[in-house]
Design a binder for this molecule. Structure first.
Ligand code: MIG
Length: 817
């Protein structure tokens, strides 16, 4: 059906029918069948029910719903019957008080909020959107259309909009291709993609959300459809953008900007954000397929402590299980897991174990027996069980779209948690099946009461698995924050899990790809993401591994992982100078923990992405639409990883404003490209002038020492800049009861005075008493420091930085020249 969707005949009458040859039916033996393609023709009337507006054309009906001032949802029912409202991505729409109205003139119906207008054109049912100033931001190129597909009994649904000559596209989750999706055609169908290649599509996740940027204005389209979905950003026809799905409803949210950041925040409003992770989960994690037996695990964890390289997480891959049976232990390798986990914990390591969806068919295995007895496993259309081979051999698979099954699965973690397991790694949940790839289309799913075949449930299967896992852990761990990681997911998976990019390869190309994928995931709702540092398959040399550690230091999730047939792959495996550099960067990760944690809070609470491509800083600049190496980590630190071997310097674009080189303290004017030296010891890192960057002392793991003081690095600026610091217990859900502290710092400099103000908001009291201030870049010779009016002592170090200490409760500090 890809033949001519983008170039239909001009349509002016009512529902137009087109017959065409169709080759892609479910059963190839059926051969070629005619399919009917229909287009909306003319909207006859507008019917308002609250915030919903209905427009009909014969049998077809379109619904336009005002969600917020910025968000309008459009739905199409080819035969007037809308499906019951249900979405795994959008758990509930927070209906805000929005003022909207319907107007009509000769040409169109118009639904307007204060920010957006949705135009429904009378002559041809074209739907378009404009902002309050009248800029058209999105418009249909042909009316919404569909194909009635007799083979599966539903519709293939299509929406085609115009694509302007300089329009750029971003988003769609984990696509392994350039950051700007202009000119690409992509598909969403969760796929186990071992050793994936540049441009390989699809991969593990389905995030049907993209951002368009055109003439300086951004808007988003969230096509909330779990079926196999397709996107074309001017690939087939450079003047058209299309999205369509092999079933389900044509339902999309138009999300107005005008800034990309506004779009991402609104997308988060719909699909949610990551809950606050336990602080330790933001530390460094070490993984391998697999560390076993126990002695090997201990050798690795001791290696960290001996080498003085910080680490918080140690992973057990599938070999910890008995014959790969989930929720069991191989007692030969791990005779007493509870004791081992306790010993690891005493040494500061959290144990994370893998879990797969495939349950071994084995009547002596309690998980299988329970699932069988309660009919928890997926079945084919004719009631046979869905069986497939995965690691344990012949398996059946829980139907995670059934709430009862999720609850059962959730409970299965009880024993692991009692043993001390702190996190769960959800793998193979695309779902992956050896040989077949995944389940056949006819497998049935309960779909939370909205039954469907695997065509509908495939893309959300993994998300529902990790949801069950997360909810289980949350319940069992009581007030402790669980840690989960998943490979597969759909929009909204961020509410339940972090994500890694899957089975990458130890090549420089994959380092580059991983950098793009993490930025893309972050602006697609999934901020808590990372790559397998070092590359899963293949062998990195010391240089590649170190460059990957350096990039990974600025991935919200930082974990090294490797396949079992590769050489040793710990941060000290490559000898010097690599070990020392890896240590220095992992230490930097730990120093910056309070900054990352605060940035995470900004994500969780306010919907900001953690990684932000530079196009997000300056979207008006067309050249930025094609930059994909540099990004900001939060809004204060600009990072540009080194992505080529042997690179002694590289070009970096600094957005407008003033930036400090993190390593040299040199102050640089942004808004231009600069050449930065990149010896193996460093990567380009810049701090926005005026920032306050909080720092913890280096620790071998979170909680190793009581923090006695927090360092505040203050970067002088001659304009006013705000910074935030978020603090709480770091491991409980007290923040949901508003027990936390938000600190705001305001830095403003004059030619001979620098002022720093602090305001506090919240109920939490950190245990440390004082700050250690480190003031960078003061352009005058200080003569005196007044802290809350008191004259206090200070020193000036070799880098010309001003150092002093004062109470954490200060209100105002003035450094006078
Ligand atoms: O078929 O559990 O992506 O991280 O180490 C391979 C073994 C199954 C795939 C995961 C990888 C993990 C591996 N798993």
């Amino acid at each position: 059906m890809e033949e001519n969707i983008l170039n239909p005949e001009l349509v002016t009458s009512k529902l137009i029918e087109e017959e065409e040859e169709f080759h892609h039916l479910n059963n190839p033996a059926d051969g070629i069948k005619p399919i009917i393609k229909k287009y909306l023709g003319v909207p006859n009337n507008a019917d308002q029910q609250g915030n919903k507006f209905y427009f009909t054309d014969g049998d077809a009906k379109v619904e336009v719903v005002v969600i917020t001032d910025e968000i309008i949802r459009v739905r199409l029912a080819p035969h007037s019957v809308f499906l019951e409202e249900f979405s795994y991505a959008v758990p509930k729409i927070e209906q805000k008080a929005v003022v909207f109205k319907l107007t009509e003139d000769e040409e169109e119906f118009r639904v307007s909020t204060g920010v957006v207008n949705c135009h429904i054109r009378k002559k041809d049912f074209f739907i378009s959107f404009s902002d309050a100033e009248g800029h058209i931001t999105s418009t249909d190129a042909v009316p919404m259309h569909w194909e009635e597909n007799v083979a599966f009994g539903g519709y293939y649904v299509f929406c085609t909009k115009t694509c302007d000559s300089e329009e750029s596209f971003f988003g769609l989750g984990d696509k392994p291709t350039e950051l700007n999706l202009r000119g690409k055609r992509l598909v969403n169908w969760n796929t186990d993609a071992y050793s994936f290649a540049w441009n390989q599509d699809p991969l593990y996740r389905s995030i049907p959300f993209y951002i368009s940027l055109n003439e300086g204005i951004a808007h988003g389209i969230f096509f909330d459809n779990t079926f196999k979905a397709h996107f074309d950003f001017g690939a087939e026809d450079p003047t058209k953008t299309s999205f369509w799905a092999d079933g389900g409803e044509l339902q999309y949210y138009y999300i107005h900007g005008p800034h990309m950041m506004d779009v991402v925040k609104s997308y988060h409003l719909l699909t949610g954000t990551h809950p606050m992770p336990p602080l330790w989960a933001l530390g460094y994690h070490q993984c391998r397929w697999s560390y076993y037996p126990e002695a090997k695990v201990k050798k690795i964890t001791n290696g960290f402590r001996e080498n003085k390289i910080p680490c918080d997480g140690i992973y057990l891959d599938i070999d910890y299980m008995d014959g790969y049976r989930c929720f069991t232990w191989n007692r030969k390798y791990f005779p007493d897991p509870k004791r081992m986990i306790k010993e690891l914990a005493a040494d500061g390591f959290k144990t994370v174990v893998i879990i797969d969806p495939g349950i071994r068919v084995d009547d002596n295995y309690s998980v299988f027996k329970e699932g069988k007895k309660n009919r928890y496993f997926c079945r084919r259309s004719d009631d046979y069980f869905m069986e497939g081979h995965v690691w344990p051999g012949r398996c059946q698979f829980p139907d995670f779209t059934n709430p009862e099954v999720r609850e059962w699965w959730a409970g299965l973690f009880d024993e692991l948690v009692q043993m001390g397991v702190a996190g769960v790694w959800n793998d193979m949940n695309e779902p992956a099946v050896f040989g077949a790839g995944t389940f056949p289309d006819d497998v049935r799913h309960q779909y939370d009461g909205h039954r469907g075949s695997h065509r509908k449930a495939h893309n959300i299967y993994g998300m529902q698995m990790v949801r069950a896992t997360y909810e289980g852990l949350r319940k069992i761990m009581k007030n402790k924050r669980p840690f989960t990681i998943t490979r597969a997911g759909y929009s909204g998976v961020q509410r339940f899990s972090s994500v890694w990019t899957g089975d990458n390869v130890a090549t420089w190309e994959h380092l580059k790809l991983g950098n793009i994928q993490c930025q893309r995931l972050s602006i697609s709702g999934i901020s808590f993401c990372g790559t397998d540092i070092g590359g899963f398959s293949g062998e990195p040399d010391g240089e590649l591994f170190t460059r990957w550690i350096q990039m990974g230091t600025f991935s919200p999730f930082m974990r090294a992982h490797s396949a079992g047939d590769t050489k040793e792959r710990e941060p000290w495996s490559f000898g010097e100078p690599f070990t020392a550099i890896n240590r220095k960067f992992i230490e930097l990760r730990y120093r910056l923990l309070p900054y990352l944690y605060s940035t995470f809070w900004e994500h969780h609470r306010y919907g900001f992405p953690i990684l932000r491509p530079v196009v997000m800083q300056e979207q008006e600049e067309i050249s930025n639409h094609f930059r994909q190496d540099e990004f900001t980590y939060g809004d204060k630190i600009l990072v540009c990883p080194v992505l080529e071997p042997g690179q002694l310097s590289r070009t970096v674009y600094l957005p407008k404003g003033k930036w400090y080189n993190f390593w040299t303290y040199e102050l640089i004017d942004g808004g231009k490209e600069i050449e930065v030296p990149t010896p193996l010891e460093t990567i380009p890192l810049f701090i926005k002038a005026g920032s306050v960057i909080p720092e913890y002392p280096v620790m071998q793991y979170v909680g190793e020492k009581e923090i006695e003081e927090v360092k505040l690095n203050i970067y002088y600026s001659n304009y006013e800049v705000n910074s935030f610091l978020f603090e709480d217990y770091g491991e409980t859900f007290a923040y949901e009861q508003d027990i936390y502290l938000e600190k705001k710092f305001v830095v403003s400099g004059k030619p001979s005075v620098l002022t720093l103000q602090q305001s506090l908001d919240g109920l939490y009291t950190p245990r440390y008493e004082s700050y250690h201030f480190n003031v960078i870049g003061i352009p005058f010779t200080p003569s005196k420091i007044l802290a809350d009016g008191k004259d206090i002592p200070y020193s000036i170090d070799d880098n010309n930085c001003l150092e002093f200490k004062f109470t954490k409760n200060f209100k105002q500090i003035e450094i006078l020249g």
